[in-house]
Design a protein around this ligand. Structure first.
Ligand code: PLP
Length: 386
């Protein structure tokens, strides 16, 4: 066979979480009991009011195409929600609804990055950033998240990485994989550094309501930053809707139609009755979000204490999301080896820090989106095999 694949496919990365999940499922098929602390999704069911709204909608016949950027009712709800939570005004024409938050990364990078453009992105960080930058022929420029800064990056490091070729900065707060947050002071400093430069900002705020200290602050609210920022958010994490595939981007009125055109060229639109469920998510009762957050906070404390009681582990207390990122250098293992050891000997699935970039060496990522009992059992098992 002499068929050739497109060269660009060699540059497309992946998310290791799905590979570890596959390995863990194989072990389960062989009869092992695995505790899953590798995958980043809430273990709660989607609240009933949201499910009911989607079911009602499908029965009412909402089973056809919608405009590519989303139905106006949902875009209006999102604009109101974003204005309320970020503290500046957003218009429905600045919103593009997508199947999950992830496509906003994909589309923003396609729309804004040319070959040779440099993109600064957090490392360790969500692996799709680097994957997409490379796929578009951009040059990925990692900015190191520093454990001693609670896994924020140092604005001074940012200054050093900016060159005339820098086209975009990707920020993520609260952060995956470390659970770290960027404080308002840090974000204001970042704003100062960028203010006179033509650099886009992709601000991934998908965990903005899962924050345990202080308040979420968006760079888009700094005067002059709204139109250069693509704000990514979505329904997956706070409403336990990962499988519904519902997210959105908020951006300038000039960029929004371009992202919408990318939607027309790919998905056509986001699922119609899912969009109706999303309206209920934003406008219905929010107590389930508060309950989930409180439960995550309790679990965070259990897992941090547990990990710190394991020889060779040291784990700082993260301020957001549902991940912990313990330093494991003193165990003497490399991250990947320890990850395999815990999976095959301890039956605990986690992720190697290196799944999130080179600066993840020396760390593991645990998602604590699992029951308190399972978290305690996982700690016990880890202790037994270390
Ligand atoms: N951004 C970050 C930092 C994430 O961790 C994730 C999911 O794990 C996403 C975006 C994608 O979210 P969605 O499932 O809505 O596409």
């Amino acid at each position: 066979m002499n068929f050739r694949y497109a060269k660009r496919m060699a540059n497309l990365g992946t998310e290791t979480a799905f590979e570890v999940l596959a390995k863990a499922k194989k072990l389960e098929a062989e009869g092992k009991h695995i505790i899953h602390l590798e995958i980043g999704e809430p273990d709660f069911p989607t609240p009933d009011n949201i499910c009911d709204a989607a079911i009602k909608s499908i029965k009412a016949g909402d089973t056809h195409y919608t405009p590519s950027n989303g139905i106006i009712e949902l875009r209006t709800s999102i604009a109101k929600y974003m204005s309320r939570t970020r503290g500046i005004e957003f218009h429905p024409d600045e919103v593009v609804v997508t199947p999950g938050g992830k496509p906003i990364m994909f589309y923003a990078i396609i729309a804004l990055i040319d070959e040779g453009d440099e993109v600064i992105y957090p490392n360790p960080g969500f692996p799709i950033y680097e994957s997409m930058i490379k796929f578009m022929g951009g040059i990925p420029v990692p900015i190191k998240l520093r454990e001693e800064k609670g896994f924020a990056f140092d604005p001074e490091d940012l200054k050093k990485l900016i060159t005339p070729k820098t086209k975009m900065l990707i920020m993520n707060t609260p952060q995956n994989p470390t659970g770290g947050i960027l404080t308002k002071e840090d974000i204001l400093k970042i704003g100062e550094i960028l203010k006179d430069k033509d650099i886009w900002v992709l601000s991934d705020e998908i965990y903005s309501r899962l924050i345990f200290r202080g308040e979420h602050f968006s760079i888009a609210t700094i005067p002059g930053f709204k139109d250069r920022t693509i704000l990514l958010d979505g329904f997956s994490k706070y409403y336990a809707m990962t499988g519904w595939r519902a997210g959105f981007g908020v951006m300038s009125k000039e960029l929004a139609p371009m992202i919408s055109r990318l939607m027309t060229n790919s998905n056509s639109c986001t699922n119609t009755f899912v969009q109706k469920g999303c309206i209920e998510a934003l406008e219905g009762p929010q107590d389930s979000v508060d309950k989930m957050r409180a439960e995550f906070l309790a679990r965070r404390d259990i897992i941090v204490d547990g990990l710190n009681s394991i020889k060779g582990f040291s784990c700082i207390v993260p301020d957001g999301a549902f991940y912990v990122f313990p330093n494991i250098t003193k165990t003497g293992y490399k991250s990947r080896d320890l990850n395999d050891h815990l999976l095959y000997k301890g039956n605990v699935a986690a992720l190697s820090g290196t799944a999130f970039g080179e600066y993840g060496e020396g760390y593991l990522r645990f998602s604590y989106a699992n029951s308190r009992e399972n978290i305690k059992e996982a700690i016990k098992r880890i202790k037994e095999v270390i």
